[in-house]
Design a protein around this ligand. Sequence first.
Ligand SMILES: [Zn+2]
Ligand SMILES: [Zn+2]
Length: 332
Amino acid sequence: MQAIQLQSTGKLVETKELNIVQPGQQELLIRVTACGICRTDLHILDGELTNPKLPLVLGHEIVGRIERIGKGVKGYDIGQRVGVPWLGYTCGDCNFCTTERENLCPNAKFTGYHIDGGYSEYTLANHRYCLPIDVNCSDSEAAPLLCAGLIGYRSLRMTGDPKRLGIYGFGVAAHIITQVAIYEGREVYVFTRPGDEKTQNFAYEMGAKWAGGSDETLTQQLDSVIIFAPVGELVPIALQNIAPGGRVVCGGIHMSDIPQFSYDLLWGERSIHSVANLTRQDGIEFLQIAKKIPVNTHVVEYPLSQASKALDDVRNGDLNGAAVLVPGLMNG
Ligand SMILES: [Zn+2]
Ligand SMILES: [Zn+2]
């Protein structure tokens, strides 16, 4: 089968030499029909997330059809549409797993990092971490829900119950979660790179109440803020913009260093949270709400062989929406 393999930091190679293998007891063999590209893939590619499995098939926003079912699996059918998210395995025994915090399991394995992922025509996944996908959209449109949507949703839940929600960085996660926040009756204020009118217009199109540069200040304070941009300098800036009791939630897995700031900015019971991974319960809840709204994702499709170009486009921030790899899509 065709797959894109990471062989060492920075080195992606297309191969047709991988064999399709039988699913193990607890596994599903899935024919991949779409795999979204997440910024985390760049962090793995660049070596900012260390010690990946090597060689590795990247990709943890996988949508596909079940082709074969392991002997120990119940509740799935051949041909069924399923998604495979970032959380690929947890131990089930540790202090975190037994207290509904499996996202923090120290023995967790992640798809497209410790387990081969979806930049490939086929993939294997443990059925207990797969999610049935019954949202009313195409496979490519559903793919970004599996990480950008899910992590965005967990970030949104962590903001508390803000009336006025700020978002720094308007990429894939933000364009999805803006729709959820508006559906829940919140006002969304979007900060982009200064002067990035194209992204600001995209934010307005998705229903933002206000969009402007990260150097701009609002006349009225926000209740909470999510930072999706991997930029530590934004943390003290966001703290300046929130009301007492407000939260700054950092939605990314990697962020540049946060500069030193005065305690005054944190005073008034303001707080800073990171968001780590997801639980299966997050997945179930988010896909239900995404179906109900229904969430509308903007995607740009690429054939598998153009994975490097797609990753470059994500890196350069050229896309309004998500890059999605589609096995079998013709070049050009
Ligand atoms: Zn555990
Ligand atoms: Zn991701």
